[in-house]
Design a protein around this ligand. Structure first.
Ligand code: TEU
Ligand code: CA
Length: 584
């Protein structure tokens, strides 16, 4: 295992280009907009920028449906704009990681068009299955297959041109690629090398743990031969999830090791991070163990799902002991080998300051944003900041359905309220307000002007999605020079990770595991011990015993980073209590 690779004390910043900065007044963010904001990102101190997809795409799933991997969609600009962004970022010591979406393509990709002809070399590049028109795939006479796509409806779409159904784990415009076919893998590796040779510094790999499907000896998908409903739980909409058949399949390690050899061997200074829903911390250790030559790190989701035990649209309150348990499990599983990513936010998740913090008033919003940031960034692993998180940006709090843009949100409303009739409009509007992906996709809040500086104040068109009205108070211009702002706090956390090796390399140990409000842990490296104490709640909390014992040895000089001032912290310690969202 290579000791301490460069990314073990790096911080990654995720940009959702569509909502980051518009420079041509069309209401959509673009590549020139990212380039225009590189000095802000360099000031924040991050090391790597991960861009959500900017490739040619019909934009059915906001670019996660790619129709040409080697060209930029005009919505975002041109390949020359991409080259300029790479050059300008590298000048500032910033690396650029692209989003690799190769579990599926767009149905408008040339490969898929060609695949509709059974005699074309691309015929076997996707998961085609025969069936009578109007019936889902299945052997004649047996029950049709009931798999449902993630964004609603069946996971199978009929193509009249080919006279067969194709599989799509996501939307019907996102057909799954057949990774069993070596020609598919070759084409993906060639494309990846083309981008790496162009100067890209690595990839975030979209649902990469779905590329190996659990197929039987003759390549048959389980359940296609009959009704799936008795194999897998059928969703309330009458469909069962196809994910179990496609998650962490038998050839995943083989494919990832092959990709590493074919694309990254001989290269240096790159980063690979795989999105890995449903993958366990134990599997994380294997996949990220450098000796296995697969991926540098994964995004695991067990800590993200703790408030969605009954599904995405039934979000519950945060139960801190569940967060402790899953974070500690992730830390333990890579204590010897392998690595962790650290994230609470991304373009698919609601914003953590609203979800797990308290955005009900300015004071609690700032305090809880800082507390959650400290909690995450002082664990062992590579932290990921999602655009606007460093400002304490909140959920959208949309008032009407017509403000929503995400096909997942709109399809879920239609399927649950109108089709399956399992909940009424009012409760679904509440579920969307709490859990929808639109929450994290409102325009970046640069200043207090009409469109938050995301697009020109006199722009001919509105931004593609509503700007959050609270941009009047929450924006980069208001926070940039204020050391006590959320932005100022993120800068201190990032600087601490760069300057104090106990943050990147220290071993992790949780204190007071069962306490329902206080999250405290130590990081130890040689003779240095860092004690982190956070009151993860809007109520005053008593300091639990193990934490109190550790605090006995702490004096004011020892306190290096707090969400408030050290004197206030010392007073709290002396009183044996912690103020709401107190963090140090
Ligand atoms: O996300 C995969 C994924 O699991 C999420 O879509 C999640 O299942 C869904 O949001 C449930 O809340 C990746 C991308 O991050 C996402 O934006 C894409 O929509 C998806 O893959 C398909 O490419
Ligand atoms: Ca634009």
């Amino acid at each position: 295992a290579t000791p301490n690779p460069w990314w073990s004390n790096a911080v990654v910043y995720q940009i959702y280009p569509r909502s980051f900065q518009d420079t041509n007044g069309d209401g959509f963010g673009d590549l020139k907009g990212i380039t225009s904001r590189l000095d802000y990102l360099a000031d924040l101190g991050v090391d790597v920028l991960w861009l959500s997809p900017v490739y040619k795409s019909p934009q059915d799933d906001n670019g996660y449906d790619i129709s040409d991997y080697q060209d930029i969609d005009p919505l975002f600009g041109t390949l020359e704009d991409m080259d300029e962004l790479l050059a300008e970022a590298h000048k500032r010591g910033l690396k650029i990681v692209m989003d690799l979406v190769v579990n599926h393509t767009s149905d408008e990709h040339a490969w898929f068009e060609a695949s509709k002809d059974k005699n074309d070399p691309h015929a076997d590049w996707y998961w085609w299955r025969p069936a009578k028109p109007g019936h889902e795939p299945g052997t004649p006479g047996a029950e049709p297959n009931e798999w449902g796509g993630t964004f609603g409806g069946s996971a199978w779409e009929y193509s009249p041109e080919r006279g067969e159904y194709y599989l799509h784990t996501f939307s019907k415009k996102q057909p799954d690629l057949n990774w069993e076919n070596p020609a598919v893998r070759r084409a993906v590796y060639d494309m990846m090398n083309w981008w790496m040779d162009r100067g890209v510094d690595g990839f975030r790999m979209d649902v990469i743990t779905l590329i190996s499907k659990h197929v039987d000896a003759n390549g048959e998908l389980p359940g296609v031969a009959g009704s799936l409903s008795d194999d897998l739980p059928v969703g309330e909409e009458g469909y069962s999830s196809p994910w179990p058949f496609s998650m962490d399949g038998p050839r995943l390690d083989e494919f990832l090791a092959e990709m590493r050899r074919e694309v990254f061997e001989g290269r240096e200074g790159f980063l690979t991070v795989g999105e890995a829903q449903g993958v366990t911390p134990e599997r994380n250790e294997h996949i990220t163990d450098p000796d296995n030559g697969e991926l540098d790190m994964l995004f695991l989701f067990d800590h993200i799902g703790i408030d969605q035990p009954a599904g995405k649209w039934d979000m519950t309150e945060l139960e801190l002991h569940k967060l402790k348990r899953s974070m500690v499990q992730q830390q333990k599983s890579v204590a010897q080998r392998g690595w962790s990513s650290l994230f609470f936010n991304n373009h698919d998740q609601p914003r953590s300051v609203s979800r797990w913090g308290d955005d009900s008033n300015e004071e609690m919003r700032v305090a809880s944003a800082k507390a959650l940031a400290m909690l995450l960034h002082l664990h062992r692993g590579t932290p990921y900041i999602y655009q606007g998180e460093e400002l304490g940006m909140t959920n959208a709090h949309f008032a009407s359905l017509d403000q929503y843009r995400d096909l997942e949100s709109l399809n879920a409303f239609d399927q649950r309220v109108n089709k399956a009739k399992i909940q009424d409009a009012a409760s679904m509007m509440c579920a969307l307000a709490k859990a929808s992906r639109d929450n994290s996709r409102t325009p970046m809040q640069w200043d207090a002007s009409e469109y938050a500086g995301f697009t020109m104040p006199d722009a001919a068109v509105e931004p593609w999605i509503s700007v959050n009205p609270n941009h009047a108070e929450i924006n980069a211009a208001a926070e940039f020079d204020d050391p006590d702002s959320v932005y100022g706090f993120y800068k201190k956390l990032i600087a601490m990770r760069h300057n104090d090796s106990v943050v990147a390399a220290g071993s992790f140990h949780l204190l007071d595991e069962e306490d329902a409000y206080v999250y405290s842990f130590t990081r130890t490296l040689d003779a240095t011990t860092l004690l982190v104490v956070i009151n993860v709640s809007s109520r005053m909390s008593c300091i639990p015993s193990q934490t109190a014992a550790a605090l006995d040895k702490v004096s004011a000089e020892d306190i290096v980073l707090t969400g408030t001032n050290a004197e206030a912290i010392i007073r709290q310690i002396q009183s044996g209590t912690l103020m709401p969202w107190s963090a140090f």
